[in-house]
Ligand binder design. Structure first.
Ligand code: ADP
Length: 627
């Protein structure tokens, strides 16, 4: 019998398939099962309107079987089947319109893209088989036909026999080679795994005859192989069930099973959306960060299903980076099963779903913060850094979405509070939101700069995370209240009189201050007397956008950018050390310089900055002490 030629474009596609440009060969099974499921859907739908077609839903099924000796894998359904013409049309060509044309010089990626548009579909079976037979009988015909092909050479169609309507596809599985063990598809365990992974939620049963070893004789240790038909898929996805039909425990078990976590999730978010795009989603906030969460290896994303069939394990486009900790699944009928990754990114439906999901997660978190603060705090302690990172990432474009979800430690309440709580409790004369940063709460608490602000009975946010100050800087203000670092040299909390007074002192001692600055060197941009310090002798403040804590973060980066804070050494004017300095300046310049160096080192120490030459400073201190 003469072989028929595939339509030229199909031939090219086939060629690509046989040479496996898709690395994931496993998907052939998903594709074939999905086709069978469609055929069953079609038949069932027709039976509802066409009285001649009599089927019972419970009889519709997909059967899998394999035979190691003949290297065959069979998938059979009792769906609508295909007529001779349909076999020709559907399996002889991929794009009926003929609009698909491969250009010779197309890159591999472009080709994958085009295949994506039309679906890898049935042809994907050629990735794993060197011969395919399709025996089909249409529900509209009494005749069955057998379509056979060994690849690009073409195909044959001949009349055949089949008792019932439906399609039986026999794959002749390729021999193992150096690159791939095709035997995988002739193994009961592997097949079960693949069905579970990709097609668990197909709504028709996927059955296979499985072999169990059963103990026959205990004494003799004799086993017997028992053959039994098993249904491999669970059929109804948990996210498709009404919320009222699912116990919390079921959701938790599903989460632990699917996302391999030993712990229950902190929060389950289930939603069903109908509208411009319809989808169902089942999202989880883990109760602890995955071990690789803060590493490069971590991949964010949600499992994406198209009507119960898995398209992608981790669709990263569905989650913004600041919610990268969320796990879960999205199932939408509006997405085509065979859509390629690249095209999926462009899909309007997907964008809309992603937008909805982002806002759903945000609302649920806001709700948790309001209704179950302890739980929220537990969440925030685990993933808060990610939210704060989200505030300043991408030039702060998402900051408004996140500003009410971030929390900081309050000096007054001695616990985490939100910015809106801070602002609500601001004093009448208080203009700004004050913050101080450092390595720990205790260290910040003893910062000299903190004293003046606390004396005014203003609350201070203590920032201990390296991202905190960047987050605050990106926010700039909250409810029109500016953020001010207590270490900013322009705190502006003094009265006009006090300001005048200190201004005069600084003018009177201009030369002394200049010489101090010279003794310290380029590291510092100014030395001044100050009246903001109460009991402490010295402190470092900064001018401009870069604070000392930010400088530390920059310094720790692998490609140090040399971004430095502009530092000012402030000396407490009312402290005895000021008088001492003034006296020494006149009497003993050498001693004056030693004092200067020691005081500057003290200020650096308090700020948590390293001292360039600790040996020298230690010597200087002892020289002064020994006097
Ligand atoms: P797609 O499923 O994306 O249309 P395929 O190449 O997988 O592309 O299949 C082409 C066509 O062949 C299907 O649209 C369907 O009409 C037909 N077909 C494939 N498998 C079956 C089946 N098991 N039963 C009935 N028709 C089928």
């Amino acid at each position: 019998m003469a072989k028929k030629q595939f339509q030229s474009e199909s031939k090219r596609l086939l060629d690509l398939m046989i040479n496996s440009i898709y690395t994931n060969k496993d998907i052939f099974l998903r594709e074939l099962i999905s086709n069978s499921s469609d055929a069953l859907d079609k038949l069932y739908y027709r039976s509802l309107t066409d009285k001649k077609i009599k089927v019972k839903k419970e009889n519709l099924e997909i059967n899998l079987s394999f035979d190691k000796d003949s290297r065959t894998f069979i998938i059979e359904d009792n769906g609508c089947g295909m007529t001779k013409e349909e076999l020709e049309d559907n399996l002889g060509t991929i794009a009926k319109s003929g609009s698909l044309s491969f250009k010779e010089n197309m890159s591999k990626d472009e080709k994958i893209d085009i295949i994506g548009q039309f679906g890898v579909g049935f042809y994907s079976a050629f990735m794993v088989s060197d011969k395919i037979s399709v025996l089909s009988r249409s529900v509209d015909s009494n005749e069955a036909y057998l379509w056979e092909s060994e690849g690009v050479d073409g195909y044959t169609i001949k009349k055949s026999e089949k008792e019932d309507h439906g399609t039986k596809i026999t794959l002749h599985i390729k021999e193992n080679n150096d690159e791939f063990q095709f035997d995988k598809y002739l193994d009961e365990y592997e097949i079960k795994q693949l069905v579970k992974k990709y097609s668990d939620y197909i709504s028709f049963p996927i059955k296979m005859e499985c072999i169990h070893h059963e103990l026959k004789d205990k004494e003799k240790h004799e086993y017997e192989d028992i053959k039994e038909i098993e249904t491999l898929n669970s059929m109804v996805p948990i996210w498709k069930k009404a919320k009222s039909d699912v116990k919390d425990e079921d959701y938790e078990n599903f989460y632990m099973d699917k996302f391999s976590d030993y712990d229950k999730p902190l929060k389950v978010i289930q939603s069903s959306v109908e509208g411009m795009t319809s989808y169902k989603s089942l999202l989880f906030i883990p109760s602890h960060a995955p071990y690789d969460y803060y590493t490069q290896e971590y991949e964010k994303g949600l499992a994406l299903y198209s009507n119960g069939v898995l398209i992608m394990d981790k669709c990263s486009d569905l989650l913004p980076d600041y919610f990268s900790f969320v796990k879960g699944i999205v199932d939408s009928e509006d997405l085509s099963l065979n859509i390629s990754r690249e095209l999926l990114q462009e899909s309007q439906s997907l964008k809309l779903i992603a937008k909805n999901i982002e806002s759903k997660i945000r609302k649920e978190l806001e709700k948790m913060l309001k209704d179950d603060r302890d739980k929220y705090i537990s969440f925030f302690k685990t993933f808060g850094v990610q939210l704060k990172y989200g505030v300043y990432n991408n030039f702060g474009q998402d900051k408004d979405k996140l500003k009410d979800l971030v929390m900081f430690y309050s000096s007054k309440h001695e616990r985490l509070i939100t910015l809106s709580e801070y602002v609500a409790e601001m004093k009448e004369d208080q203009e700004a939101i004050y913050y101080a940063s450092g390595a720990s709460i205790t260290k910040i608490h003893s910062l000299p700069q903190v004293e003046q602000v606390r004396d005014k009975d203003y609350d201070i946010l203590y920032l201990t995370d390296y991202v905190d100050e960047f987050c605050i800087t990106a926010l700039q203000e909250y409810e029109k209240k500016k953020f001010i670092n207590v270490s900013d040299n322009n705190l502006d909390l003094e009265s006009e009189e006090e300001k005048e007074e200190i201004k005069k002192t600084n003018e009177d001692y201009q030369d002394l201050l200049k010489d101090m600055k010279e003794a310290i060197g380029e590291d510092i941009s100014e030395v001044k007397f100050s009246n903001k310090l109460k009991t402490h002798p010295v402190c470092l403040t900064t001018k401009g956008d870069v604070s000392i804590e930010m400088q530390k973060v920059f310094d720790a980066m692998p490609n140090e950018m040399g971004i430095k804070a502009e530092k000012i050494l402030e000396i407490n004017e009312k402290h005895a050390i000021s008088d001492k300095l003034k006296k020494l300046y006149k009497k003993d310049k050498d001693e004056f310089n030693k004092y200067t160096k020691i005081l500057y080192s003290e200020a650096r120490m308090i700020a948590g900055l390293p001292i360039d030459d600790p040996t020298e400073i230690s010597k200087l201190i002892c020289e002064v002490l020994a006097k």
